[in-house]
Design a protein around this ligand. Structure first.
Ligand code: ADP
Length: 625
């Protein structure tokens, strides 16, 4: 059969592999064994769910054979095998998991050696092999095929013969160089060590031949025997205290294709209404596709050690969709179908219990290791906030204590609990301000006043923040109040009274001013601005930030905040306005427009008619003729 070329992306990976300078080349074996184990899983699952297929679990095995003379390593499994098309498709292009890793790498493009760290499946074998042969016979077929490639020049697939169903992969080791000695991979002890290190938990026996001395009729004789190298106990069934961090991390990398180690590992065993073991990981960074539609949440679901579903979405609530891992339970039926999942009582119980576990783990992290928690929050905080707001507050209790917001006082992020604990004596409300960035919010006139009075203000800069706060409504009975809103209640009674009186006296003037600003709901004096002449506030539930956001969404432009123009009663401009009201109503209207647009500028809102505004300003710059 004629030679075929690898697809472009695969070619890139291959080149990296062939020329890899990575020192931990030994991971290739983990990758091949993991593929072999997956292939057996598939066949075993068939035998359990299809009555026509009769296979004995004890017959499944993976063999690793070394040949010093030929300089080959051979990995043989009796799993499901590959047909001609499958050889072509699966090995001709890089598998999905690998290509996503590759994309991520390309984005970061930092260190090519990263690739060596966890490999990209089958292709990692090209780190040690100059040629690879894959002989395979698919389950249910009489034909066998052989895939051959030296990596660089593409591959070919030929008819072949093979007795047993399954796959045999032969690696022809590269020649030794001054720096790399590939012969080490022909040493049984070395290979045994690699298997123990990375593949101990594989649940099928990994068998190697071993020379042992036997006493036969008083004569010592050397015979060759098969020996199982791995313990076959899945890592999640082992005692937490017996598993090293390295083993967890290696397992995580292998299963979930992440080249950075997890931020947190959650290993637990639950007995009760429903019994299960679970091993979950919180990644240390968001996958490149995390905040896209492509991202699929879910945990692997095992029924007593047999994988029945790769991404069981029903096990994870959306707000914890970043968690990777698996659940193994004897209480889950092997024949559970995707359709039945949602109704399944056991799955529901497990999901509830898992949610609690994740929550408590995050809470622990928050209280024990703030730095790590902030790293987590940087990566996935958005998802938690989204979880509150998209459920209209239904998840408040689960999530409210996991949130962090920037504090005007602490100059770092704090929890709501911390905010409430720091509240002033008679403070009843939680104050927040929203804007584009911490720096910009810090300069808002309204915020200044709160800081002067020693109130703590939460600064919200993520676009979901304010929606989240509104969905929360309150925390421990304390309502959230935007510093820009009307009811901030900061004043002493005397101050309030004085202001009310002043506003009443100016009522008629405001009527005139409002005619010049039909888009504004109200105009009034305020005592809350120190040096600034004006600011905007809102009545009702829609804040200025929310209006800005809604304007960017489809159909959102009919949502309008009810804007109030507030004028600093102690600023000389207040007096000027009052004079104009008596002398020159046209000019009063012009000033009103200018002031309103100034306030919009401070808030970062667009100016609706910039030409009119510039002309107005210019007219007023030119002194009386
Ligand atoms: P991944 O394992 O991440 O999918 P690989 O490049 O390691 O990527 O493998 C590509 C595909 O080739 C696998 O998904 C599987 O379908 C197939 N494959 C690899 N090794 C075997 C094997 N020993 N038996 C059956 N199929 C295999």
């Amino acid at each position: 059969m004629k030679k075929k070329q690898f697809k472009t992306e695969s070619k890139k990976i291959l080149d990296l592999m062939i020329n890899s300078v990575y020192t931990n080349k030994d991971i290739f074996l983990r990758e091949l064994i993991s593929n072999a184990s997956d292939a057996i899983d598939k066949l075993y699952y068939k035998s359990l769910t299809d009555r026509k297929v009769k296979l004995d679990k004890d017959d499944f095995r993976i063999r690793v054979d070394l040949d010093k003379d030929k300089r080959t390593i051979t990995i043989t499994d009796n799993g499901i095998g590959m047909s001609e098309e499958e050889l072509d498709e699966n090995l001709g292009i890089i598998a999905k998991s690998g290509s996503s890793l590759f994309k991520e790498m390309n984005e970061k493009n930092k260190d090519i050696n990263i690739i060596g760290q966890f490999g990209v499946g089958f292709y990692s074998a090209f780190m040690v092999a100059k040629e690879i042969k894959v002989l395979s016979k698919a389950f249910g077929s009489d034909e066998a095929y052989e895939w051959i490639s030296d990596g660089a020049d593409g591959y070919s697939i030929n008819n072949a013969s093979k007795d047993e169903v399954g796959t045999t992969i032969t690696l022809y080791l590269k020649d030794n160089t001054e720096t790399d000695n590939y012969d080490e991979f022909l040493e049984p002890r070395r290979i045994e060590g690699i298997i123990k290190k990375y593949s101990d938990y594989v649940k099928y026996p990994i068998i190697m031949e071993k020379e042992v001395e036997k006493d036969e009729d008083d004569k010592k004789e050397k015979v060759i025997e098969d020996e199982t190298i791995n313990s076959m106990i899945p890592i999640w069934k082992r005692n937490e205290s017996e598993v090293t961090e390295e083993e967890y991390n290696s397992f995580y990398a292998d299963k979930f294709y992440d080249f950075e180690k997890p931020l947190k590992t959650i290993h637990s065993s639950v007995e009760g209404q429903v019994s299960y073991s679970s091993l979950m990981f919180i990644p240390s960074h968001a996958p490149y596709d995390y905040y896209t539609k492509e991202y699929e949440k879910g945990l692997q679901l095992y029924s007593n050690g047999v994988l029945i579903m790769d991404k069981c979405a029903d096990l994870l609530p959306d707000y914890f969709s970043f968690v990777k891992g698996l659940v193994d339970s004897e209480d889950v039926s092997l024949n559970l179908s995707r359709e039945m999942l949602q109704q399944d009582r056991q799955v529901k119980l497990i999901a509830k219990s898992i949610e609690k576990k994740i929550k408590s783990t995050l809470e622990e992290l928050l209280s024990d290791n703030r730095e790590e928690y902030e790293k987590f929050f940087d990566a996935f905080g958005m998802q938690l906030k989204y979880g509150i707001y998209s459920s209209y507050g239904m998840n408040n209790d689960v999530l409210k204590d996991l949130l962090l917001f920037y504090s005007s006082k602490e100059k770092k992020r704090i929890t709501l609990k911390e905010y409430v604990a720091n509240m002033k004596d008679k403070q009843e409300k939680i104050y927040y301000a929203s804007g584009e960035s911490i720096d910009k919010i810090d300069l808002l006139p309204n915020v200044e006043r709160f800081k002067d009075k020693d109130y703590e203000v939460l600064y919200l800069c993520d676009y979901v923040d304010e929606f989240t706060i509104q969905a929360l409504m309150e925390y421990e009975g304390k309502k959230f109040v935007n510093v820009n809103s009307e009811n901030t209640d900061l004043d002493e009674p005397e101050e309030k009274e004085k202001l009310e009186k002043h506003n009443k006296e100016a009522e008629k003037m405001f009527e005139v001013m409002k005619k010049a600003l039909p888009e504004v709901k109200n105009i009034k004096f305020t005592n809350k601005l120190k040096n600034h002449p004006v600011c905007l506030s809102t009545e009702g539930n829609i804040s200025l930030e929310m209006e800005k956001l809604m304007m960017q969404m489809a159909n959102g432009d009919n949502v309008k905040a009810e804007i109030v123009l507030e004028i600093n009663e102690d600023h000389p401009i207040a007096h000027e306005l009052e004079t104009l009201y008596k002398k020159d109503k046209d000019k009063l209207a012009q000033y009103t427009k200018i002031l309103y647009n100034q306030a919009r500028l401070i808030e970062g809102l667009p100016i609706e008619n910039p030409t009119e505004l510039t002309n107005l300003i210019c007219d007023n710059l030119i002194k009386e003729k």
